[in-house]
Each structure stands twice: as C-alpha cells, then as structure tokens.
Design a binder for this molecule. Sequence first.
Ligand code: GRF
Length: 189
Amino acid sequence: MTLKLGVLISGRGSNLHAIVQRCTLARVSIVISNVADAGGLEIAAKNGIPHVVVDPNDFANRAAYEAKLIDIFFHYEVDLIVLAGYMKLVGKTLISAFKNQIINIHPSLLPQFKGLDAQAQALKAGAPESGCTVHIVTPQMDDGPILGQRRVSIFPDDTVESLSARILTQEHQLLPEIIDGLATAYAQL
Ligand code: GRF
C-alpha cells in the first residue's frame, strides 16, 4: 500500500522536494500552502503534484480555515499530513480530524529550542550540537511524541546559515525515512 500524503508548506519546500525524491512507500497527493508565493508550489508543479493556496485571511477564524484544509485532505484521501516548513500553529480542528496522523519536522533536537529561529537559539545557547526532529503534532507547539532525530555538531565559527545548512541536509534524510517507516507500520495494521 502506498501512503497518501498531504503536505502543508509556507516556504521554499526543500523538505517537500526530499519527500518527492526519496520516499518509496509514500506519495504526495496534495500540497497546500498558506502563502501565495511559496517556492514549494513550484516544486509541486514541476512534479505534477496537485497544489493549492489556502489563505487563512480568507476565513473568519482558524476553525473555518482548518475545516477547508480538512475538506481538501479528505478529497485527496490523505492518510498522513506532513508539516514541511509550515509556519502556522495547527489547531484543534485539524488535529481532531487527523488524530496522530500529522507529523512535523523541526530544526533542533527537541525538546530543546522550540519555536522560531531554532538554529539561532542553539548558537546563542552555546550548544555543542543540534539537529532535527520529526514528531507527531499535538496542540502544543513543537511538542508531541518524537519519531526520530538526527544530530549535527556545532563548530565555533558556525553562523545561522552554516548551521541551518548542515541541519537541513539531515532533515532531507530523516523526514523521508520516517515517512517510509510509518508507511511500513500502517501497512501492517
Ligand atoms: C526547515 O528547517 C524545517 O525544519 C522548518 O522549516 C524549514 C523549512 O524548509 N520547520 P523547507 O521549506 O522545507 O526548505
């Protein structure tokens, strides 16, 4: 069975690209962006993947916005939602509709450095290492059961850019690996 993915993005979409290139047991059925000019939309288009912009500002509140996302994900019979650089908090409406079926990638070794600018936070704290984490999404930001992590060293001359690039290389391996692992697990249910 091929796992059908719904991918939520807000930006350049390099993790989306990694999923498309590397997942062998899952395929991206729909990409939704909350940002009109997100680079990831072009990646979806180039790969023939249906993609749509849903602007939260067009809705009265978050519940109504997420109800629209749910409609789209149901239409594409999505099994798993992947937050791949989706810069919005996920609310109860979406989480209840896809319980334990939403995962997120975050550029730190959670529970360290939650929230925005995780790489800058790691540098500021003088941490000797950082990395990335894939976890199940719960109502608390960057929380929820951890499915996998990759570590990288932090060097004295690192900048936010150099550290982010080192972590991103690991993100591109970790995320497809976890998704294929879930596809294997779901196939056994
Ligand atoms: C990644 O660093 C991811 O961990 C974070 O946002 C960034 C998205 O990058 N949540 P991209 O859009 O996948 O290139």
